[in-house]
Design a protein around this ligand. Structure first.
Ligand code: ATP
Ligand code: MG
Ligand code: MG
Length: 531
């Protein structure tokens, strides 16, 4: 298996990293612990891992923890667990917060060299000035004044300090707006989950990222290409501080139709109780998609098959689910379920008087999946939808059992109320056109909820200016009650199965107190009625 994985790596990532030397490449995956990892992060993590290992170099997993307002230990731990689940292991694990002292000293150096200034221009005005390319009135503060504000006021989070931020003095009217004196440091009085209240000033991403990359020995910083305008700024910081150059390599973000991949927006859905939590099956998080029935192998294969492509793409989920189906289909055990609503009792006049047990393979093409118990009974249930297709005196096949001849159909309007039939086991199943699923109507059948989900938002692609809150899908969970065969009692959480003729399901709540809950797994093709 792992061999196959490596080969598919090779087949699809035939791409070289510019300026890369065998044995010397160092990459980093820098998640901010401000949410759970989502499918976009999987791409970033896999690309970094791929380049580190194909050049026999090193992968650093770095928690980019510079903003106490959004970050916490719960997210940090969840990220570690999810990386482990993906099979991604860094050669080194670090924290941006390990470098707070060093970064602070470097910020002081920037000021001393006349490369940064403290600015208390109100936010709105600063934004306006940056937009039109005008200098801040604080741009020409003296080094002494800046040093005093940064090291005494900002560092201690005083009232005066809180009004200020530290800005790089680059070029207030640069064509590339990212160079218009970007913010390098800000005050924040909230305690940090690792350093507590030791710090009241924190570096911005724009300062921290180049500095820590350089200090840690990163040779290639992989960044999504919406940061491309900020590459010049990244280089400027390293040059101004006389730090080792780092190569930037852009790749494209992935996006999916009707899906939000922003931790801030996902947090909103959690806070508003539109979803149960970050592992909700409607979420594009690693936990969400795996809970829905995505396999780690499917996820990895998908990302690798996409390649790093530099275009921003709006992918369709069906491609990913179709890939997943190829992985689960050969191994998913088959069981039987019947919809509870209007299930049709069928009496088999010559059926077993008392229920009989037989053994059947769980998978017709893969004996390794094992065997299951099949209950044969003179009283069975079939789906209403199937029953409505039947005609009196028609011969059909009951799967895993044999042929049956329909004698009498009792209806109330369109609804079939009951059926009388007789077994015709000598009949040839190859000659019938209808193969039906059926379930012995005995006490050992299991109640199941079969649950399907819809996307959380209604619009394929949100445009700039769209507010996602205006596009919330009103109903996203669909529950169908059913009965399943007794084997379902022994399934465990996370088991992936197929209910024959219904689709693939993942066990979310194993059998307890008379019931099990299973989530429908999309297969990329069928529009299931379970949704
Ligand atoms: P979010 O907007 O969800 O907070 P982020 O980019 O701020 O995402 P980080 O934790 O800072 O999240 O990201 C860690 C890494 O994952 C970064 O290298 C980032 O570029 C990458 N990444 C995030 N989202 C995507 C995506 N949709 N596609 C590809 N890479 C992504
Ligand atoms: Mg980020
Ligand atoms: Mg972001």
């Amino acid at each position: 298996l792992s061999k196959g994985k490596k080969e598919s790596h090779k087949a699809n990532f035939e791409i070289d990293l510019p300026n890369a030397e065998m044995g010397k490449v160092v990459t980093r995956f820098p998640p901010e612990p401000s949410g759970y990892l989502h499918i976009g992060h999987v791409k970033a993590a896999i690309l970094n891992e791929y380049f580190a290992h194909s050049y026999k170099g090193k992968l650093i997993v770095r928690f980019d923890d510079t903003n106490p307002t959004k970050e916490n230990v719960e997210f940090q731990d969840a990220i570690l667990e999810d990386l482990e689940l993906l099979g991604i292991k860094g050669d080194m694990m670090t924290y941006s917060s390990d470098y707070f002292e060093k970064m602070y000293d470097l910020a002081v150096k920037l000021i001393k060299d006349g490369n940064a200034y403290c600015d208390d221009t109100p936010l709105e005005k600063m934004r306006e000035e940056r937009m039109v390319g005008e200098p801040s009135t604080r741009r020409d503060r003296t080094v002494e004044e800046n040093l005093k504000i940064f090291t005494e006021e900002m560092k201690n989070g005083t009232e005066e300090g809180l009004k200020n931020c530290l800005r790089a003095k680059i070029d207030y009217k640069a064509l590339n707006k990212a160079l218009r004196d970007p913010v390098m440091y800000r005050c924040n009085l909230l305690p940090h989950h690792r350093t507590g209240t030791q710090w009241k000033v924190y570096p911005t991403y724009d300062f921290c990222s180049p500095v820590v990359d350089s200090i840690e020995g990163v040779t290639h910083a992989l960044r999504t290409n919406e940061y491309r305008d900020r590459n010049a700024q990244y280089d400027w910081v390293l040059q101004a501080l006389n730090l080792r150059k780092v190569h930037i390599w852009d790749f494209s973000r992935i996006n999916f139709v009707r899906t939000l991949l922003s931790k801030r927006k996902l947090q909103w859905f959690v806070d508003k109780h539109y979803v149960s939590n970050w592992d909700d099956p409607r979420f594009p998080t690693i936990r969400g998609v795996t809970r829905r029935g995505m396999t780690v192998e499917g996820l990895r294969n998908f990302i690798i098959s996409q390649g790093p492509s530099r275009n921003i793409i709006n992918l369709d989920w069906s491609v990913l689910w179709a890939l997943n189906k190829k992985i689960i289909d050969p191994v998913a055990p088959r069981f039987t379920a019947v919809d509870a609503q209007n299930a049709v009792p069928v009496t088999l006049v010559n059926g077993p008087a008392t229920p009989a047990k037989e053994e059947r393979p769980k998978h017709k093409k893969n004996p390794e999946v094992g065997t299951k118990e099949l209950i044969l009974s003179g009283s069975v249930l079939i789906d209403q939808a199937d029953a409505q297709e039947l005609n009196e005196s028609e011969e059909v096949t009951f799967m895993d059992w044999g042929n049956v001849i329909v004698d009498k159909i009792e209806k109330d309007g369109e609804i079939v109320k009951s059926i009388h039939a007789k077994l015709h086991l000598e009949g040839d199943f190859r000659k019938t056109s209808k193969k039906l699923t059926w379930l012995a109507n005995t006490d050992d059948k299991v109640s199941v909820d079969m649950v399907n989900f819809d996307h959380l938002i209604t619009k394929d692609k949100l445009e700039e200016g769209d507010n996602f809150e205006d596009f919330i899908t009103p109903e996203t969970e669909f529950r169908t009650k059913g009965y399943a065969d007794l084997n379902v009692r022994s399934l465990k959480e996370g088991d992936i199965i197929q209910f024959e003729r219904k689709g693939y399901f993942r066990v979310d709540e194993p059998y307890a107190n008379g019931k099990a809950v299973l989530f429908y797994i999309p297969d990329g093709k069928t529009v299931s009625k379970y949704g």
